[in-house]
Structure formats: C-alpha cells, structure tokens
Ligand binder design. Structure first.
Ligand SMILES: [Zn+2]
Length: 346
C-alpha cells in the first residue's frame, strides 16, 4: 500500500477513535450531571470538566461547617425524610430551631387520622405526639368529638419548612382541624384533597351553623392540659369561648388566657406545648396570661388595627422609592449550633 494512502487511513481511524471517545465522555458527563444535580449546580460554568467528573466519581469530603452555611435552612431540613437518631430534644425557639429524636404520629390511630401525608410533617417531640394521641382519645370518649383530623406538626428534624408556617420548627406545635373526623378511614387521596372547614363568617362572627358544643368542649379540654401553653384560634372563636365559660358557670377562667386570638385559625386550631422539662437549649415563649384575657385580647382583635394597613397621611411628602422586598431566608447560621448536629446525624 502506498504510504500516502496508509497515512490517510491511519488518520481516519484516529479521527473515528477520537470522535467515539468524545461522544463517550459527553455521555458520561451527562450521566454524572443527571445523577448529581446538586453537585452539578454547585459548580460554576468555568470549572474544568475534569473537576466535575472527579467530584462525581470520587466525592471529596466537604469542609465541615462551610458547605451548608449559606444555603436556606428550609432546603436542608425539608429534604430530610427521617428523624435524627438522637435523644429527643427541641433546640431553639418555635420560629427558629430544630428537633432531635422526633417521633412520627401514626397516620391512623384509634381516634385520629393524619391529613396531607405527602408533606411528611407529622413528626414531633415525643411529648407532643403523646398529647395529640391523648387528646384524640379523650375528646372522643368525653366531648362528643368524633376524632381528630390532624394537620401539620413538624418535619422529621423540625427546622424551617419548605412552605407555610413560620413556627412548627421544634416539634412542639400541632394543627388540628376544626371539622371532626368522619366515621370511616379516609384514603390517601382524600387526605390530600379534602379541605378543612372554616368556622367563621368573617373576622368578627362565628358560623353558628358549623360551630357545636363539642368544639367548645375540645378546646376547653386542650387548654386544661398542663403541657399546653397556647392555643391559637380566630378572634370570634376566642370570643365564643369566653361566653361559653360564662354560660357554663366555669369559675376558674385561667385556661382562657391560653386561648389566643390570631389570624388564620378559623379552620384549624394550633396547639403549642411548652418546652419539656430538662430540654436544654429549648426557648420558651413568655407565659400566656394566667387570667381569661377576654377583654384586652379581644378588644385588640375585634378592632381594625390588626387587619388594616395604616393609610398614608394626606399631604405627606413622597418618600424615596422603597427597596425591593426580599423575604428573610433562615440559614443554618441563624439556627442554634446544635441544629447542625441534628441535620447531619444518622
Ligand atoms: Zn399552626
């Protein structure tokens, strides 16, 4: 074979090998990107491809304490599917903390059904989970309440949530729907789709077609549990409870102080228990007043102040254009240090 022809053939083979090789490496790279989207995203476009492949094949240890520092904590906590296998403890405050050794409330119990199972938010401090179970059974036995439909508790390791709720971060908060459980077991899909029912007509008036004696009794029972520190309800519900206590001639009215009027609680009530004894690093709120607080609390919430934005005064000077509103994002550095251990635990 003439040498020129031989050279041509050699070149062609070389070209084919090279093309095949580059196709293979592109395939390997896309597979790596698909399998490790977070890692891929973490790389800047300028990074060498070799680095990316090296990271995927032989993961480098991330420097402790640096990698998660500026990531929204809700992304990290929201991704955890199971509790941290540590001694149960609530770290931090209701709105800024996390939860170790959480327990999961059973989806269906003798007197409750958990709703929105896909959210995986029925985890709580064992004390809270025990309280929900107890309330369910006792209210069914004594209050004419058919059973609880349980809304959100906390994520498996607490922390900020991926959506909704500012609190519920340390496993000591639970939302209970204000419509009682039906007499049958709901399917998974029903638990995703059925909506809770509002008990009010507007911010001042209760819907008496829906409100029952059993509602008053279950709230009375909940407020009288020692561990319960606060119950949030819509203002007309607090008002109704004050009047109910008077009608029933309930002499000790201190439990009413725990029932706090607050926006948004007309289709569920929110139970908050205090920090369990010996929970080091758990921050309690200021105690709720140990008096009925029917006057002050209601005067405020029945007024317009909490509901209406203050109007600008006429003739007020035009201010500089406001900065673009950026919601505050809780990052790991804003949470107690122990939350890092909770996040990284087995
Ligand atoms: Zn709540």
């Amino acid at each position: 074979m003439p040498s020129a022809k031989l050279e041509k053939r050699f070149n062609r083979t070389l070209l084919q090998t090279l093309t095949l090789r580059s196709v293979l490496s592109v395939l390997a790279l896309s597979a790596a990107v698909l399998c490790a989207p977070d890692l891929a995203r973490a790389q800047t476009p300028g990074d060498a491809i070799g680095d990316l492949i090296k990271d995927v094949v032989i993961p480098r240890a991330k420097p402790e304490g640096l990698s998660t520092r500026n990531v929204a904590a809700k992304r990290l906590f929201g991704a955890k599917k199971k509790a941290a296998r540590l001694r149960p403890n609530a770290y931090g405050s209701y709105t800024r903390g996390c939860l170790a050794g959480a327990e999961q409330l059973e989806a269906t119990g003798p007197a409750w059904q958990a709703m929105r199972l896909s959210r995986n938010r029925h985890w709580g401090h064992p004390k809270l989970v025990a309280l929900v179970r107890r309330l369910a059974v006792e209210a069914k036995q004594h209050d004419g309440w058919n059973g609880l439909l349980v809304g959100d508790l906390s994520q498996p390791r607490g922390g900020p949530m991926t959506s909704g709720h500012r609190s519920h971060q340390i496993g000591l908060d639970a939302d209970i729907w204000l419509n009682p459980m039906p007499n049958r077991e709901l399917t998974y899909n029903e638990r995703e789709k059925i909506s809770a029912k509002s008990m009010v007509l507007d911010r001042k008036r209760l819907n008496r077609k829906r409100w029952t004696e059993a509602h008053a009794r279950i709230l009375f029972r909940t407020a009288n549990y020692h561990e319960v520190e606060r119950i949030f309800v819509h203002p007309p519900i607090k008002k109704e409870m004050c009047e109910w206590a008077t009608r029933k001639g309930v002499k000790d009215r201190r439990w009413l102080g725990k029932i706090r009027a607050y926006y948004g609680h007309h289709y569920h009530f929110h139970i908050r228990i205090r920090c369990p004894q010996g929970a080091v690093g758990c921050k309690d709120q200021k105690l709720a007043p140990r008096k009925d607080d029917c006057e002050e609390n209601l005067a405020y919430w029945m007024g317009t102040k909490p509901w209406v934005r203050p109007k600008k005064k006429k003739g007020a000077k035009k201010k500089k254009p406001k900065k673009v509103y950026k919601p505050f994002v809780v990052q790991m550095k804003h949470l107690p240090k122990a939350c890092r251990t909770v996040l990284n635990a087995q």
